[in-house]
Ligand binder design. Structure first.
Ligand code: HAM
Length: 418
């Protein structure tokens, strides 16, 4: 038997209503905030991700699905969508368009991580990217969209954490002090962090290993090395959030696993999720468009993980809709007439179904029950001969007889009129 690849997930009909609810809620909120959907390819040249996410990040070092194309060029299945959105923004010269360039997207991403609850190798993100605005209100706008959207889904136990990563110059000024400190506690760090001391020292602060956290408790803080401009930007972000009533916590350890961030970095976690507790994350990435060969364009965005939202979504949030009418046609003549009636109902907008395997009335009614139909249209050869059918209310079991020609209009009135 051929099985699905490790770390990917099939969504069966019982689960898709929850997913649709999440997707529709996200799209509705994004549209309300003026974000327009973009669809960019699932695979891109490997360099795009290496140059944007950062060569020394976990994603680029060990998690990308990278493969040679037939001409030998290196391709990668997108591990995230910001890089692709930036590539498209530059390629289509969107900086020249005076309208706000606010994009949203939804789709699968691929990372070769160790699978566990809420962590997959093919997972789905909904995200937004707001290009062109350095004003801190753009940060507050995406943060409020993120918060309101998750709140609308009634997700329990959410916390928004923020940090100020400053400008590249701020971090360059801070790094040598941090490296000196980390070298002093090197023996207490995990092997991953020891490796990171020179390559990506800030990430050591973000390590979840308890020994690393204890060792870095006394580390010098980036907050103390920030320029007045970086502080002013962040102050306006936090006061903007306060003005909108969005609760947040400051977390000086929040660094993020992607290198393109500056100033505002954030993460929303959920206390109900266990180890993989980040529901969504993002931040400002003012240098990325230029770094990838475009003009100087500030930007800010976030992405949420749909699998993690689906895990947290209250059980009763979405129940699948099944056809409300079941056509129970049995007997040779009735089967043919019933099939035509089924088509007529569907054409006129009434969701209707019939199981072609059922031969007896009993078998048909059992299926109508299983499908949670509201009405069954009962039609045997005798009924066909008289041009009449029985409509059975599947909840009350009440039955009434009407003419065959009235079925469609009767059910339309009952089911489609508000
Ligand atoms: P990220 O933190 O790598 O950021 O991913 C965002 C969210 O995607 C995570 O918070 C998590 O919910 C979900 N996620 C990540 N990896 C997995 C996985 N293996 N399985 C399930 N869910 C996962 C980014 O991707 C940035 N591009 C976000 C961004 C947009 N920054 C600016 N704009």
């Amino acid at each position: 038997m051929i099985k699905a690849i490790k770390g990917v997930k099939d969504l069966l009909p019982e689960e898709t209503p929850r997913w649709r609810l999440i997707e529709e809620t996200a799209r509705r909120w994004a549209l309300r905030y003026g974000f327009q959907e973009v669809r960019v390819p699932i695979f891109e040249t490997t360099t795009l991700f290496a140059r944007s996410i950062g060569a020394t990040t976990d994603i680029v070092e060990k998690e990308m699905y990278t493969f040679p194309d037939r001409d030998g060029s290196s391709l990668t299945l997108r591990p995230e969508r910001t890089a692709g959105a930036v590539r498209a923004f530059i390629e289509h010269n969107r900086a020249a368009d005076p309208r706000p360039q606010k994009f949203c997207y939804l789709g699968p991403m691929f990372r070769h991580e160790r699978p566990q609850a809420g962590r997959l190798r093919q997972f789905h993100q909904f995200g937004v990217e707001s290009f062109g605005m350095s004003d801190p209100r753009a940060d507050v706008e995406v943060l409020s969209l993120l918060w309101r959207m998750l709140y609308d889904l009634s997700l329990p136990g959410l916390t928004l954490e923020l940090n100020n990563l400053g400008y590249a110059e701020d971090r360059a000024r801070y790094k040598p002090t941090l490296v000196t400190y980390l070298k002093g506690v090197e023996a207490q760090l995990c092997s991953n962090c020891r490796r990171r001391i020179d390559a990506n020292p800030l990430r050591v602060l973000d390590c979840k290993v308890p020994e690393c956290r204890t060792a870095t408790d006394g580390a010098p803080r980036l907050a103390d090395a920030l320029s007045p401009e970086a502080r002013a930007h962040f102050d306006r972000v936090t006061s903007g959030l306060q003005a909108l009533g969005i609760p947040f916590h400051l977390n000086h350890r929040l660094v993020r696993g992607l290198d393109y961030y500056c100033l505002t970095a954030f993460e929303v976690t959920c206390s109900h999720l266990g180890a993989q507790n980040a529901v969504g994350a993002g931040g400002r990435y003012d240098g990325l468009v230029e770094q990838l060969g475009g003009p100087v364009v500030p930007a800010v965005g976030f992405a949420v993980g749909l699998e993690r939202i689906a895990l947290m979504l209250p059980e009763e949030s979405a129940i699948g809709a099944t056809p409300r009418v079941y056509v129970a046609a049995f007997g040779t003549a009735a089967a043919a007439v019933g099939f035509t009636l089924l088509d007529e109902l569907r054409r006129t907008g009434v969701p209707a179904d019939m199981d072609f395997r059922a031969a007896s009335l009993k078998a048909h009614l059992r299926q109508a029950d299983r499908l949670r139909s509201l009405y069954a249209v009962i039609l045997g050869d005798d009924e066909v001969a008289q041009g009449r059918v029985t409509i059975r209310n599947m909840q009350t079991k009440a039955q009434e007889e009407i003419t065959l020609s009235e079925v469609s209009s009767t059910l339309q009135t009952r089911l489609l009129t508000p």
